[in-house]
Design a protein around this ligand. Sequence first.
Ligand code: DSN
Length: 442
Amino acid sequence: MNPIQQTDPALWQALCDEQERQESTLELIASENHVSPAVLAAAATPLTNKYAEGYPGKRYYGGCQFVDVVENLARDRAKKLFGCAHVNVQPHSGSQANQAVFLAVLQPGDPILGLHLDHGGHLTHGKSVNLSGKWFQAFHYRVDPKTERIDMAEVRRLAREIKPKLIITGASAYPRIWDFTAFAEIAHEVGAVQMADIAHFAGLVATGLHPSPIPHAEFITTTTHKTLRGPRSGLAMCGAEWAKKLDSAVFPGLQGGPLMHIIAAKAAAFGEALQPEFKVYARQILGNAQALAEELQRRGYRLVSGGTDNHLMLIDLRAKDPNLTGAAVESWLQTAGIIVNKNMIPFDTRKPLETSGIRLGTPALTTRGLREPEMKNVAAWLDRGASSGGQAAALNKIRGEVAEFARQFPLPHLQCRAAGAPGEPIAGERNMAPFSKVPSEA
Ligand code: DSN
């Protein structure tokens, strides 16, 4: 019996409910994934008990000899995965990885330039309500209104005018390839450094399916839980010349004790991502995104920029029905067992809590073992849900079909149920994506 079940029934129930929710719904939030059993197990180890301020070999606490091994494994695997000279595996999240870079290279009030949040950028790329927008003078580039792709002429014009200290590339809702080389040329012309936040597509970079920002960007930051399929956490990388500054920005500049259990889970995930099967997985993410995009377009949905090159797509709902909002469709689809998020589209006239768009991604469904043919089913349910007008009967019917379908693609982490949670027996493992055995040298 799971110890939580014995000691804390209220918490246990909530954990089981969440497990059941994940099992019986289809996860299309582009930034979420399902980790392997090994990653999950690493996160639930006694390493959570250990303080380890400092870095391997130079800690401020005794008893760090084994967590040093873990952190070295995580760091060395990440270096190999991304081909980067220096890696810091301690940032607790992508936001903190970004803040560490700010601390390493900027002074309060310095000008920075990043993609506007409403055009796909991230909160930490200079939004006024975020520290990055409050402590620095933040400017933003946008996408071209016609192509809905980044307007490099505007980036160059703004960079020349503003003379930013830092140019931020990468985004949360941009479905196209980033040209890190072109950004590097602009950055070098104006004396800026480039920080590439590859949080969304790190798994594609690691497998060569998206161009790498190395060596074009001085700093690379990422989360570890999206296409990279690790625990929810962060990572910061740079060339050797910035290593000391970056490390002292992470600790002691920004953080105290690193989360050693999460660093262990990162080591497990990076080990898996180094195996050939991970490239097969990453290719399938792209194949599934293409298939889903095509099927939705065939059903009358407009995709921002006309399609996708990566794992995500932004749907402009107005082409289907001008009255549809992202908020309504998100809520209807949730009732139907399809989990998405409302999202601003470029030049959206609606507010962020309403929006004219939704964002969809394929990393989580691909982990469950769905392939191109199943994307047709997913698109059909999405379409029925979005066209339901919110009618409960229609949505409940979809919910039943989705739950039955989802059980044919069991989640990798089944410990909670195996340990005695209520529910149906596991459907079997035939569709589960393979998780690699990590050889000892990885
Ligand atoms: N909040 C994440 C996302 O959903 O894209 C970015 O950090």
